[in-house]
Design a protein around this ligand. Structure first.
Ligand code: ASP
Length: 413
């Protein structure tokens, strides 16, 4: 059985085992199983997190210096940003449209959630302006602090600068360039080793998630959960593959076959950052994207491109407004979209990050931040699917960028 198939089976077994554990709570067997699953998942996630920062740093440095040396950096950068903005905008429009179409939250009694909202500690106000200031203050910092804190965005920016400096220095820095390259290859080798553990890790993560979630709360918010999940899946199965087909000239079957391991890992970990090493490996080895493109686009996309999160935040804002019996004007809906876009750019790729930035979206149109208390109980479950689409978008963009950047080289040649 190849690794891809093992991962698929592990995910299915994990879901089944998790449901069984959930059905028989409070027995010694369940307790021991949860302990064992906890250890297994911590080892898997821990190893991925261990590789994340060195991998991001080395891959961007190598990617930028190779791209710049080949005269492609400007083009790659522009296509990446264009792709991120296009797919996120489509996700936002889709989120709002479906929330309108299915009138999520209309007719639901808000009183049902009163205690939840009262007991919820609202974090400090988060306005787009303060968010942006924080964003800047947190990114231009001492790189050693950024490395040790695991501050992905700050590491990305530092790596971009070092990559550019390496090219500027030319032959003078040839040694550092080759060391960075070798270091990057060592990291990818380690990713390969960690991937061997992926079936076990994914089994444990999914079983634990389903065993510990209170699945019954889903029923109260079933309609909203279904609409958001359905729309996110539509974005992942129809919108993104269509764009990939048109602009990347890759058929969806090849794409999904090649990226299955990363997509299932995203589902199980609910973290695009933790999945990043696998996304890079899949894009490079199974989709044939050139290493310098993968090394640049995937780490940047992991931080900045989150279609699933953007879609969720737009739909959730409308859901809360409907619950409260408020009609958001067109201008307010545009504000929701813009703020949700900023929120998805700034959200780190970790579980439930979208919930935190959601506060900003709600407050931007005067909705109460406490209302996220309504969504919190089901967030971990919804997070699984939106993270898959976030990760899918990053790998898809790397294919499109690779295609267009290489076309430009061919044209020039
Ligand atoms: N968990 C998501 C991710 O890692 C972020 C979110 O909470 O929406 O991509």
């Amino acid at each position: 059985m190849n690794l891809n198939t093992q991962i698929l089976f592990a995910a299915i077994l994990g879901v089944v085992f998790g449901f069984l554990l959930n059905a028989f709570p409070e027995t010694a067997f369940v307790e021991h199983s949860l302990y064992g699953l906890g250890i297994l998942s911590s080892i898997f996630i821990g190893l991925l997190k261990m590789l994340l920062i060195p991998l991001i740093f080395s891959s961007i440095v190598v990617g930028v210096s190779n791209l710049q040396a080949g005269g492609q950096f400007g083009r790659v950068w522009k296509i990446t940003v264009l792709c991120c903005l296009t797919t996120t905008t489509l996700a936002l429009i889709l989120g709002l449209a479906c929330a309108h179409l299915f009138e999520v939250g209309k007719g639901v009694d808000i009183a049902m959630f009163q205690t939840q909202m009262q007991n919820h500690q609202t974090p400090d106000t988060l306005t787009p302006a303060s968010f942006l200031t924080n964003f800047i203050q947190n990114t231009l910092i001492n790189p050693f602090k950024a490395f040790s804190d695991g501050n992905v965005l700050a590491v990305v920016i530092f790596a971009l600068l070092v990559g550019a400096a390496l090219v500027k220095g030319g032959d003078k820095f040839a040694q550092v360039r080759s060391i960075s390259h070798q270091f990057f290859e060592i990291m990818m080798l380690l990713v390969g080793w960690v991937m061997k553990l992926a079936p076990l890790g994914i089994f444990a993560l999914l079983a634990k998630l389903l065993a510990t979630e209170d699945i019954s709360v889903l029923s109260r918010l079933a309609e909203f959960a279904l609409v958001v999940t359905g729309t996110t899946i539509f974005h992942g199965l129809v919108v993104l593959p269509t764009l990939l087909w048109i602009f990347g000239r890759m058929d969806p079957i090849t794409f999904f076959k090649g990226t299955r391991a990363a997509l299932i890992t995203a589902f199980a970990t609910s973290s695009s950052s933790a999945t990043m090493p696998l996304s890079m490996k899949c894009a490079q080895e199974n989709l044939g994207v050139r290493p310098q493109i993968v090394g640049f686009v995937v780490p940047i996309g992991t931080q900045l491109n989150m279609d699933g999160t953007a879609l969720y935040e737009a739909a959730a804002a409308l859901f809360i407004a409907n619950l409260m019996g408020l009609d958001l004007s067109i201008t307010q809906q545009i504000i929701v979209c813009l703020v949700a876009m900023i929120a998805s750019l700034g959200a780190p790729g970790i579980p439930s990050a979208g919930m935190v930035t959601m506060i900003m979206v709600l407050q931007s149109v005067g909705l109460p931040a406490e209302a996220i208390a309504i969504l919190l109980p089901i967030d971990r479950l919804l997070d699984t699917v939106r993270t898959v689409v976030n990760v899918q978008g990053d790998m898809m963009i790397s294919v499109v960028v690779d295609r267009h950047a290489s076309e430009s080289t061919t044209d020039q040649g």
